[in-house]
Design a protein around this ligand. Sequence first.
Ligand SMILES: CC(=O)SCCNC(=O)CCNC(=O)[C@H](O)C(C)(C)COP(=O)(O)OP(=O)(O)OC[C@H]1O[C@@H](n2cnc3c(N)ncnc32)[C@H](O)[C@@H]1OP(=O)(O)O
Ligand SMILES: CC(C)C(=O)C(=O)O
Length: 515
Amino acid sequence: MQKINVFDTTLRDGEQSPGVNLNFEEKMEIAKQLERLGVDIIEAGFPASSQGDFRSVKAIADQVKGSSVTGLSRSLKKDIDVSWEALKGGAEPRLHVFIATSPIHMTHKLQMTPDQVIEQAVEAVTYAKKRFPHVQWSAEDACRSDLDFLVRIIEKVIDAGAEVINLPDTVGYITPEEIKNMFSYIKTNVPNSDKAKLSAHCHDDLGMAVANSLAAIEGGAEQVECTINGIGERAGNASLEEIAVALKIRNDFYQATTGLTLHEIKKTSSLVSKLTGMVVPNNKAVVGDNAFAHESGIHQDGVLKEKTTYEIITPELVGVNANRMVLGKLSGRHAFKEKVRDLGYTASDEEINKVFKSFKELADKKKEVTDEDIFALMTDEKVGAAVKYFEVETLQVNYGTNNIPTATITMRNPNHEVIQEAATGSGSVEAVYNTLERIIGQEVTLTDYRIQSISGGRDALAEVFVKVEFQGIESTGRGTAHDVLEASAKAYINAVNRILNRKSGEEQKAEKVQI
Ligand SMILES: CC(=O)SCCNC(=O)CCNC(=O)[C@H](O)C(C)(C)COP(=O)(O)OP(=O)(O)OC[C@H]1O[C@@H](n2cnc3c(N)ncnc32)[C@H](O)[C@@H]1OP(=O)(O)O
Ligand SMILES: CC(C)C(=O)C(=O)O
């Protein structure tokens, strides 16, 4: 099994993401986490770019000893000198020096001839080698460079002392097949290629950065440069976690491995997301919130029977506690039943089937049905096992800033008669309660009223708790609904029904049902 070195550039190319600006403490915290993750090389910054970056790179090089620390430098003596000052305290000081090799970059940006570029590259590597025991050289925009020019310049920088040759796809242009061919071409045609490791550094402009990095490995790369969560200049870099997990899960194909502690991946991803402010999309491979979540009934059923039906990565592998069954309108009975059991309910198939129907109705109205929602549905069902003396059939409330709130309610009474009444109140809830009291035909004293939302979001269920006194007995009641007034009415009637149940001895029966 071939060992692939992981070169993490979250703190250098990752910080080039528009809008990202990490301070000293943040860079230090990320570097320490990268060390725990076990990356081979941390590119901590670009020391010559600013005082702040110099200070961070220096501190990381001085303090992080579990990974090798490097910094980026142009092919200029002044940049290399500054980099040396920053990196010299590292365990084995390592410089990453680059120059562009594509015709577009050489002509327009550097305004140099290919021969001048070769000369400057060799001069820079030679100069760097006088100080640094390890020098990596990068051919910026290698993937749009002339292959035979690359062969010429690479041979010379290896002779000058570069021990890693990085061939970046700077603008995310190449395809997997092309990059694989490019790496094997360089390996075969550079006469001294055995004296250096080849490295890939891919950008994601066409969404192929990870595929290209893996293809480069097939072509002979022994190092991949990547960032946590794939952050980086423009559309970002190849994402470290995706490459690492692909190599692990498909090592039958790639025959390659990394030295990473994979269960640190999720923690590292969350830390980088928090400190950079770059949110990880829910559907992001490996570290997205949905990476181990199943919502559709057929998938949930499959996973409950055998995880490998729909999971190729175990959540534990990357430090996620467990997979997640998300209950929504596409979920089925198997997952629902499992969730009800997980929540601690003992329920018969008949009860499950009944609540499943209410669950589907709720799921049609709500994006995600949460544990709290299921709890509310189950509690309603269990409490509903007692006699419902009164039951609200329809409820309408007329409210306006210039009107007196009026409620009109149709309700079934203990004699199974449907009665309609209307009443006003100083607010909508009072109007509802006055109307209910009128239908009940006896005084009901409300002694407590509390409302809260179940789970988050605008579409959350409302949950109302009341305490009422009726016929000399006090009882609590609870009601849930999407609408606060409906939940208020349900809670009030629930309390009255409980009192009537208790009076007729039915309450005892209801409490026997195990919740
Ligand atoms: C593909 C990559 O990701 S490369 C890394 C990109 N990262 C960064 O640029 C972040 C850090 N950069 C910086 O802070 C600044 O750009 C600095 C400090 C490096 C340079 O700043 P300035 O001196 O103001 O130059 P500026 O950035 O405007 O232009 C870049 C200069 O470097 C030259 N240059 C670019 N790459 C190289 C190189 N590898 N070797 C030598 N010179 C180079 C350019 O041709 C240009 O030279 P010119 O001023 O003679 O025209
Ligand atoms: C300087 C190199 C490594 C780079 O970041 C790129 O080409 O994208």
